[in-house]
Write a protein that binds this ligand. Structure first.
Ligand SMILES: [Zn+2]
Length: 511
């Protein structure tokens, strides 16, 4: 007797088809043999499958049985195949009806008592099932993610017995639909708000412009100037993702084994803030089983790098290409995989190693050589890719006490969403989602300057010694400022503000 169960293997964030082929009634000693998995995984899997079947009141096959996970050249991880393996044993030993197995892609880890536990990559498996025109059976938690993918029917199961009854036609299970997915109905409730940030109008404004157009931003200021406080409130002003954007976010997190449901971050954009001691692989992605790094986990959201120059130079330099392309290429033994990594970079740094250069209240203790060495950790090409540079001056106790409460996140977010809506209409029918992603062709179309404005920008380029790349960045930021103001063309104050955000290019005190 020969049975095939369809499942998938996760490579990066893509699920590739895997077949569980089962042949029983072979000559030789009774027993179960699994081929096509790493040895350790096989041993663990057969133990879980055996225990789960016995707990469900099923009997093990009394003939020699071989299970092959094909194709053999795809690297597979064990637990995801527990449920398909158990089903193929039950089907070949005629303990269940196998006629419907063909219609499904199935994945799930079994616990010893027969419960089905969540697996990584629910969204990726749903995309695989849709490509193969099959329905999908998944553990309940994974099914909730997968159900957001349109055009595929996802059936949630909680135990092995339940799954068998469903396949036998003895139990009805309603497929989860995108509308029924719990992800759709919940949004974030934030404990922090921009109204708590007093003063720092320039930095608040720069951050608002950055979020409105998806621009990378670098904040420079001494400790206590509120850089981190401001950065941590950015999630409160991010516009909600579209369904497509959220599916990409969910797919990456699900492949990395991070459940957004557990983190209570339903239907929002990611905000990742890794520590500067993070490894290159942790930041960029990769590893023996290649998985997404922080730059991919921040896809469609924000990557916040505090103490920017303290990050390893190698990691920062590798980040340059993803910053430009919106994707990262990871080498692995069997070739390369490409992962999406279109994030908004928010970086923060002190002006010098001690942090107090230019501070009114405290004296900087650093030597010119120390300061030079500190700054040279950030290369020119990396800084070039950051559209907005802004200084956060330290506030005195007096200034802090007397400053009025800041504007609330809600009203900042309203302006940002209007500006994003203008961009959505502007880029309808293209793959672009915001002004920061524009290429030269679109720049010429939507960032036209008057003759007088052209001269202002030309003069600024010469006086400040700006690069051609900086020229493009100024135009994009000016476009976003005009969008925030709701004006169809870029006006001179918008251009001047955008030029002002190149402080690192012009300020020799810093670089
Ligand atoms: Zn210093």
């Amino acid at each position: 007797m020969f049975v095939i169960v369809h499942s998938g293997a996760l490579i990066g964030i893509e699920a590739l088809p895997v077949h569980i082929e089962m042949k029983s009634g072979l000559h030789g000693d009774p027993g179960l043999r699994v081929v096509g998995l790493p040895d350790a995984a096989v041993k663990e899997s057969t133990e879980r499958v055996t225990a789960a079947m016995m707990n469900g009141g099923f009997s093990l096959s009394d003939t020699r049985t071989v299970i092959n996970l094909a194709p053999g050249d795809i690297r597979k991880e064990g637990p995801i195949y527990d449920l398909p393996i158990a089903l193929s044993i039950l089907a070949t030993s005629k303990q269940m009806d196998f006629s419907r197995l063909e219609n499904f892609v199935i994945a799930g880890e079994l616990s010893l008592n027969g419960n089905v536990r969540p697996v990584r990559g629910g969204v990726s498996l749903a995309l695989l099932a849709r490509r193969e025109r099959r329905d999908l059976i998944l553990p309940k938690k994974s099914a909730e993610e997968a159900a957001l993918v349109e055009g595929v029917r996802v059936f949630p199961v909680e135990t092995l017995t339940e799954c068998v009854k469903f396949l036998n036609g003895d139990l009805e299970i309603a497929p989860l639909t995108p509308e029924k997915s719990p992800f759709r109905s919940r949004t974030n409730a934030f404990s922090a708000d921009f109204s708590e940030v007093k003063g720092q109008f320039q930095v608040r404004r720069a951050v608002e412009v950055a979020v409105a157009g998806g621009h990378n931003v670098l904040m420079i200021g001494s400790p206590g100037s509120g850089k981190s406080m401001i950065a941590k409130r950015i999630p409160t002003i991010l516009p909600a993702p579209t369904l497509d954007e959220f599916l990409e976010i969910l797919g990456i997190h699900s492949a990395a084994g991070i459940s957004l449901a557990d983190e209570n971050r339903f239907f929002s954009r990611p905000f990742r803030s890794p520590h500067h001691t993070i490894s290159d692989v942790g930041l960029i992605g990769g590893g023996s089983v290649p998985g997404p790094g922080e730059i991919s986990l921040a896809h469609n959201g924000v990557l916040f790098l505090d103490e920017f120059p303290e990050f390893k130079r190698s990691a920062l330099e590798v980040m340059r290409q993803p910053l430009e392309d919106g994707e990262v290429c990871i080498s692995r033994a069997a070739g390369k995989i490409t992962l999406p990594s279109r994030f908004m970079l928010v970086a923060a740094m002190n002006p010098c190693p001690c942090g107090y250069l230019g501070d009114k209240s405290r004296q900087c203790r650093c030597s010119p050589v120390q300061i030079q060495r500190y700054r040279s950790r950030l290369s020119g090409p990396l800084l070039d890719r950051i559209d907005i540079h802004v200084e956060a001056p330290a506030l005195s106790i007096d200034e802090l006490r007397t400053a009025a409460p800041g504007e609330s996140s809600a009203s900042m977010r309203e302006r940002i969403c209007s500006a994003r809506e203008i961009q959505r209409k502007r880029f309808a029918g293209t793959t672009l989602r915001n002004n920061a992603q524009m290429a030269s062709r679109q720049l010429r179309e939507v960032c036209a300057l008057s003759a007088e404005q052209g001269m202002i920008l030309q003069r600024a380029m010469e006086n400040l010694g700006l690069s051609a790349r900086a020229y493009d960045r100024i135009l994009k930021v000016a476009r976003t400022i005009a969008d925030l103001a709701g004006t169809p063309s870029i006006e001179t104050p918008h251009l001047l503000e955008a030029i002002n955000y190149r402080s690192l290019d012009r300020n020799t005190q810093y670089f």
